[in-house]
Design a protein around this ligand. Structure first.
Ligand SMILES: C[S@@+](CC[C@H](N)C(=O)[O-])C[C@H]1O[C@@H](n2cnc3c(N)ncnc32)[C@H](O)[C@@H]1O
Length: 281
């Protein structure tokens, strides 16, 4: 069954611009959330704690509380002292600071983000957190401002779904990784095949807002295929938390007018947060 939602195409520049405007405002007002209403919706309200108290202990509270993610990539990255790390779409910098502690003074962590206000916030947070082995660079994750084979680990928390060209983003991640390096990412995915959903891929891509992290979500099969196409091996995608309608908040409410409530109910349970790991061998 499909619906009559418009399938007009959104161009990459429009997606970048709307995502940038949304997250720029989040940075200016310092309003956090954690995942699909704003990447992960109110996952915290859904009683999913992304970080253990121990993970964020010692960070200033306003730094530790500013998360727009849907998981905890440093918890799955097994970072080692001395490693060089990049966090794609680093936001206020929380995962960068957690990674910086794990790699220690002999390691280094880059945060890459395209939004000026977010970069300014991350740099202020770095000063507050006293993080010396970090640097925030402006750039698109589809065109990383990093040299070939220059990092050991790619982190990202609820950002790759926002990219209008996820294939290119994963190729860039592969390019900057050293051989033997790894990717450890939290993201929102669709559990199931498009054929089993009550709407088409084009409808999801255009009816929902991209900033909310679900319009751009890939199915698990699509994610795996794009990682493999980029050159990654040993790919694992573990589903962590299936969202409920109340977790998706305004995001789904926006489309209730164009989709019947039965269709919305069938759709929402398919969105899940995932922990994704893969290797460059
Ligand atoms: C959902 S927030 C996640 C922020 C951070 N990872 C966290 O967990 O709090 C998305 C962030 O990625 C950035 N972003 C989104 N798309 C991007 C792209 N294509 N290139 C670079 N940055 C991007 C946004 O500016 C924003 O800071």
């Amino acid at each position: 069954m499909t619906t009559n939602v418009s399938e007009e195409r959104l161009d990459p520049a429009t997606i970048h611009q709307s995502v940038q405007e949304y997250y720029g405002a989040r940075a200016r007002t310092q309003t956090s959330c954690c995942a699909p209403d704003c990447c992960g919706g109110d996952v915290n309200d859904a009683k999913v704690d992304l970080y253990d108290a121990g993970d964020v202990a010692g960070l200033p509270q306003e730094v530790a509380n500013f998360s727009l993610g849907c998981g905890n990539p440093t918890a799955i990255a097994a970072l080692k002292p001395g490693e060089v790390v990049v966090d794609l779409g680093s936001g206020g910098g929380l995962d960068v600071f957690l990674a910086a502690r794990q790699v220690g003074p002999g390691g280094f962590v880059y945060g890459v983000d395209m939004t000026d206000d977010m970069l300014a916030l991350a740099r202020r947070n770095a000063a507050k957190a006293g993080a010396a082995n970090v640097e925030f660079r402006k750039g698109h994750i589809e065109d990383l401002p990093l040299a070939d084979a220059s990092v050991d680990v790619i982190l990202s928390n609820c950002v790759i779904n926002l990219s209008p060209d996820k294939g290119q983003t994963l190729h860039e991640a592969f390019r900057v990784l050293r051989r033997g390096g790894r990717l450890a990412v939290s993201d929102i995915v669709i559990d199931g095949a498009w054929e089993d959903l009550p709407v088409t891929e084009g409808q999801v891509r255009t009816a929902l807002s991209w900033a909310g992290c679900i319009a751009g979500a890939l199915t698990v099969t699509q994610y795996r295929a794009l990682l493999a196409e980029a050159g990654f091996e040993g790919i694992e995608i573990d589903l962590r938390h299936h969202y409920r309608r109340e977790d998706l908040g305004q995001e789904i409410d926006q489309v209730v007018d164009s989709l019947s409530s039965a269709v919305v109910e069938q759709l929402v349970g398919r969105f899940a947060s995932a922990s994704i790991t893969a290797y460059k061998r």
